[in-house]
Design a protein around this ligand. Structure first.
Ligand SMILES: [Zn+2]
Length: 207
C-alpha cells in the first residue's frame, strides 16, 4: 500500500499538474464516447492500451468480461445498470468487449468443485460462461485456452444484444459492437472479424 500512497502524491505533483485543465473540465461532467467492457485482471489497463485519457472511456470490468443475458439476473444487476446508463444516459454508441490472453476466469470455467470451495459466488458467476464448454468442444480446436477466451468475447457480444436498448439500436445500425482480444505478452490487440469469426490483428490506421 505504501507504493500507492506515494503514487497519489506523485500523480498530483506531475500528471495532474500537467493536465490540470483537463481535470477541471472533467470535474463538470463526463462525456465518454466508448463503453469498454473488460476483465478485472490487473494486467489490463484500458486507457493505457488505447492511449486514451480520463473521461474518454466508460469502463465496465468484471471477472471474465461477462455480460449476463438481459433476463438472467432478475434483481440488482450492476452490469445491466451500467449498460443501460451508458446507452440511455451517456448516449454511447460504440461498445467494446475486450477479453485477454491467459485469462484466469476462462481457465476457471474448466475447474472442478474443489477449486470453488470457498468461492461460491465466483462459481455462480462463471455459469454465464459455461456455454463455452460446448462451443469449444464443437470447434474441436487445439488451443483450448485461447479459443475459450476468444469465443467468450463472441458469446458476450451476443449477450449484449439481448438488452433491448442495444438490440433496438443494433437493428437500426446506430450502435457499433466490437470484440477485442488483448494479447498481454505482445501488447497487441486483435479485433473480431464478424464474417470469418476470426480475430485479426488491428493494424495501424492510415493517416
Ligand atoms: Zn481475465
Amino acid at each position: 500500500m505504501k507504493k500507492l500512497y506515494k503514487g497519489i502524491h506523485k500523480f498530483s505533483e506531475s500528471y495532474y499538474k500537467k493536465k490540470k485543465k483537463l481535470f477541471e473540465k472533467l470535474e463538470k461532467g463526463q462525456n465518454p464516447t466508448v463503453l469498454f467492457i473488460t476483465c478485472s485482471d490487473s494486467r489490463i489497463d484500458p486507457n493505457l492500451v488505447t492511449n486514451s485519457k480520463p473521461g474518454e472511456l466508460f469502463i465496465l470490468r468484471n471477472v471474465g468480461n461477462i455480460i449476463p443475458p438481459f433476463d438472467a439476473v432478475s434483481d440488482k444487476n450492476s452490469i445491466a445498470a451500467a449498460v443501460e446508463f451508458a446507452i440511455e444516459s451517456l448516449k454511447i454508441r460504440d461498445i467494446i468487449v475486450c477479453g485477454h490472453s491467459n485469462c484466469g476466469a476462462m481457465k476457471a470455467i474448466y475447474a472442478n468443485d474443489d477449486f470453488f470451495e470457498k468461492m461460491p459466488h465466483l462459481k455462480n458467476w462463471l455459469q454465464f460462461a459455461s456455454p463455452l464448454k460446448d462451443i469449444i468442444n464443437n470447434l474441436g480446436k487445439d488451443d483450448i485456452q485461447r479459443n475459450t477466451e476468444q469465443q467468450n468475447i463472441i458469446l458476450q457480444l451476443k449477450n449484449l444484444i439481448t438488452y433491448p436498448s442495444v438490440a433496438e439500436l443494433f437493428e437500426k445500425e446506430e450502435i457499433r459492437l466490437y470484440g477485442w482480444y488483448y494479447e498481454i505478452g505482445t501488447g497487441k490487440i486483435y479485433e473480431l472479424d464478424r464474417e470469418s469469426g476470426k480475430f485479426k490483428l488491428i493494424e495501424p490506421l492510415l493517416p
